[in-house]
Ligand binder design. Structure first.
Ligand code: HEM
Length: 105
């Protein structure tokens, strides 16, 4: 589905912001800073201590990879240290991805 970045922002605030920031001037939280995520190789945010599983997954983050990953992060990256069950609704994933994309320019 097409994503709505405005709706995605509110989903990000309630479901992701406890562990992630998009502010490029901020550091990492429990999870890596997601500024600049689009087009970035997984596991490469500078200065963040990833699990080996996340570091070695070998994908580039974009619309398709994020759509699959966010459904169930622990299934997409077996062994990840991330404690998040995922976003089951396709529309929720599309909306968050639209927000991530516009926020990481
Ligand atoms: C990793 C997105 C929710 C903790 C990641 C990565 C992405 C992401 C794209 C991989 C980053 C990379 O490879 O550089 C999101 C989004 C969320 C969300 C969009 C909300 C829908 C959460 C929550 C937590 C969390 C709620 C904490 C409870 C982590 C951790 C990692 C991670 C610890 C690193 C995992 C590892 O090294 O194995 N997240 N996340 N995330 N996230 Fe999230």
């Amino acid at each position: 589905p097409a994503g709505d970045a405005h709706v995605g922002e509110s989903i990000f605030k309630t479901k992701c912001a406890y562990c992630h920031t998009l502010d490029k001037h901020a550091g990492h939280k429990q999870g890596p800073n997601l500024n600049g995520l689009f087009g970035r190789q997984a596991g490469t945010a500078a200065g963040y201590s990833y699990s080996a599983a996340n570091k070695d997954i070998g994908v580039v983050w974009g619309e398709n990879t994020l759509y699959d990953y966010l459904l169930n992060p622990k299934q997409y990256i077996p062994g990840t240290k991330k404690m998040f069950h995922g976003l089951k609704k396709p529309q929720d994933r599309a909306d968050v991805i639209a927000f991530l994309k516009q926020s990481t320019a």
